[in-house]
Write a protein that binds this ligand. Structure first.
Ligand code: IVH
Length: 674
């Protein structure tokens, strides 16, 4: 029997040994012990953990699989935001990028870059505390992601505890990287899915995303997901000192047992970057995974810090994208889809064609004018372009190959799904269905929007279930969702006791929401997320919003006459206001925005100009409004402060002329903090 005082020590030693052997096996392809020896270590750990559950740690190698499915995803704020990248599409863009860097890095004549393939996967953040994986999150909106630790733990190549052979470990670090699925594994997974009659994925990126957004870790465990680390978020250095460059950081990650893309290298200058791009372009076909370009990062980490960021992208990095890929195929059918607010989008269905490893079978044709411009018809041979995530587009029609007797596509008068007329509004290229919520497609579209991620975010309520609920007459409008009982859905196709309970629970928990999400969820035309936030900040609570007059709306910065007309139209329709009241009486609770009034900005009229390095302009604006400021877009004698970022332009000179107090980024942020 093991001495109780030694259990912890032995358990941790077993973690260390298993982690090293697992890394040798899964990441290096170079095991140094055989399977039996490995199993013996693992069994010893399992045995100790079952006898001494107090030593079963969340980062134990035994905890990779077998966790219970979660009820929902927890939101987690990233300590350092997860940024995106600016794009360069040609050499001129690269020359400009290099020039911008040299202009800012005063005294430097040449910049060296870390060059890395740009994986077409899913960005994730891994937070390690004292070397142990604490939490793994998706990128989300860059500020807040979702907790996917249960799924990430199933990736054998991601260490649950960092190996620390030669270096100290930081107390806390956010490691950023990409989860992806290799092309061959994607094909295998899709063949299996179609054999089993389950959903196939459009491309490897969707397959990886779909696997990570699962509540049950068994799904991710069954998919061969891979990971490459490529960046850093927040670090609490303590006794630990970061290396001086991105390339050394990648080496350090490697020594900690994290997989690094072996094609990463250093280019001493921008010309060497172009050589790297050519080399990777020609190897692209043969790589086991999909890439959509390469990433160049200023190699020196101190220089990265001094360069900072603009809006949501760092100044020190750029994605050099591959050109869009083109394929040729035949149009099988052109049909019309009805959007949430009645807009009709023509959709072309093709004989599937493989473009850059992705099977393309549909393209949306922007609008009806585009059909006329292209004169595309059923049976036509067309050229299609696919670029990254963008929906494929028809670029041209080969009229020489057109079959005799082909029919020009004419404006449909009505759609098969509803008997109402379609209209084309003067001056708009878009065709609309006039039926509003009487049109079944619009009704489901608006419900899908209402429950979507950035609206009420009702987990587990997708298009299929909404279709089913509408079809069964269980749901006619948004409020009906909150009237659903378990008994109503338990017998529907695909439901059981557990899934019915889960769905009701997630509907109920969506009642606690924010005012901006609530306004956005109503699906008012021209009211996207930013406008909804603006409305929430200005009206504070839902009853103020319902009572908003035209003048109130027009006074709000950024809400123009068009949006204001749609909002008024929405609010003046009693059916809509009754629906909102119904939602509130069913317990939907859009939280009021609390505005603090005890600070230097309250009631002040502020104008923001230029760009900022540590905060997005929209966020700065939001924070100022939150503390009671009024933010306007033009400088006048009434302006109290001008907040000036980089390249402030004419507003700065005007403010100076008028003697208005100018605040710089650092000053505003520090005042906001206090
Ligand atoms: S660095 C601040 N490096 O590209 C820099 N990103 O368009 C942020 N990506 O969200 C990312 N490979 O998911 C970086 N070697 C690489 C990458 C990479 C793929 C993705 C990443 C990011 C997106 C930005």
């Amino acid at each position: 029997m093991i001495d109780k005082s030694k259990v912890k020590e032995r358990v941790l030693e077993l973690h260390r040994l298993i982690n090293i052997h697992s890394h040798n096996y899964h990441s290096l392809d170079a095991p140094t012990i055989n399977d039996h020896e490995y199993d013996a270590l693992f069994n010893e750990l399992l045995d100790l953990e079952s006898k001494f559950p107090q030593h079963k740690y969340s980062y134990s190698p035994s905890q990779r699989v077998g966790g219970k499915p979660l009820e929902g995803f927890k939101k987690v704020e990233h300590i350092a935001p997860m940024l995106s990248l600016d794009n360069a599409f040609n050499n001129a863009d690269m020359t400009d990028f290099n020039k911008r860097l040299l202009d800012r890095l005063v005294g430097e004549e040449v910049v060296a870059f870390s060059c890395e393939p740009k994986l077409d996967g899913i960005a994730v953040n891994l937070s390690y505390r004292n070397g142990n994986l604490e939490i793994a999150t998706t990128r989300g909106d860059g500020k807040v992601g979702e907790d996917i630790t249960h799924n990430i733990k199933t990736l054998n190549s991601i260490p649950l505890s960092l190996l620390n052979k030669n270096s100290e470990l930081p107390n806390f670090i956010e490691i950023r990287g990409e989860v992806f699925i290799e092309k061959k594994d994607f094909d295998l997974a899709n063949t299996k899915a179609s054999d089993e009659g389950t959903k196939t994925f459009a491309n490897p990126r969707n397959a990886a995303a779909g696997s990570l957004r699962q509540l049950d870790p068994a799904v991710a465990a069954s998919r061969p997901l891979k990971f490459f680390a490529h960046g850093i978020g927040h670090i609490e250095e303590g006794s630990f000192e970061l290396p001086g460059s991105q390339s050394e950081l990648l080496k350090l990650y490697k020594s900690w047992g994290l997989p690094i893309n072996p094609l990463s290298t250093v280019a001493e200058d921008i010309t060497a970057c172009e050589d790297y791009f050519q080399k990777v372009s020609s190897d692209r076909e043969n790589l086991p995974y999909e890439i959509d370009g390469v990433v160049y990062k200023v190699n020196d980490l101190k220089k990265q810090i001094s360069l900072g960021q603009v809006s949501r992208a760092p100044r020190w990095a750029i994605a050099r994208k591959f050109p869009a890929e083109v394929g040729t195929t035949t149009v099988k059918k052109i049909s019309f889809q009805v959007g949430r607010v009645g807009s009709i989008t023509p959709v072309a269905e093709f004989i599937p064609v493989n473009i850059g490893g992705v099977s393309v079978s549909h393209a949306s044709i922007h609008n009806f004018d585009e059909i006329e411009r292209l004169d595309v018809r059923e049976g036509d041979v067309v050229k299609i372009k696919r670029a990254g995530d963008v929906i494929p587009q028809i670029i041209s029609v080969d009229k020489n190959k057109r079959k005799k007797g082909s029919q020009k596509i004419s404006l449909p008068k009505r759609l098969p799904c509803c008997k109402n007329d379609l209209i084309k509004i003067e001056g708009e290229a878009i065709l609309r269905c006039t039926a509003g919520l009487d049109c079944p497609a619009q009704k489901t579209g608006s419900l899908i929007h209402f429950v979507s991620r950035n609206a009420l975010n009702i987990d587990g309520l997708g298009e299929r279930i909404i279709d089913l609920l509408v079809e069964q007459g269980l749901v006619v409008n948004f409020a009906d969702l909150f009237r659903l009982r378990k008994e109503n859905i338990i017998n529907l196709e695909g439901f059981g006791e557990k899934s019915a309970t889960n769905l009701i629970n997630s509907i109920q928990s969506s009642k606690e929401t924010t005012l901006s999400r609530f306004i956005y969820s109503l699906g008012i035309r021209e009211v996207g997320e930013a406008t909804a936030m603006n409305l929430a900040l200005n009206f504070n609570n839902i009853s103020n919003f319902i009572d908003a007059s035209d003048e109130d709306l027009l006074e709000i910065n950024d809400i123009g006459p068009v949006a204001s007309r749609f909002i008024r139209e929405f609010l003046s329709n009693e059916e809509n206001t009754n629906l909102v009241k119904d939602l509130l009486s069913l317990g939907v609770n859009p939280r009021e925005i609390e505005i603090k009034n005890d600070n230097p900005f309250s009631s002040k009229l502020i104008v923001i100009t230029g760009s900022f390095s540590t905060i997005a302009r929209s966020q700065l604006k939001e924070e100022l409004i939150r503390v009671g400021a009024r933010v306007s877009s033009s400088v006048s004698s009434k302006t109290d402060y001008l907040v000036a970022g980089d390249k402030p332009g004419s507003k700065l000179s005007k403010a100076n002329e008028l003697g208005i107090k100018i605040l710089e980024e650092a000053e505003v942020l520090s005042l906001l903090k206090n």
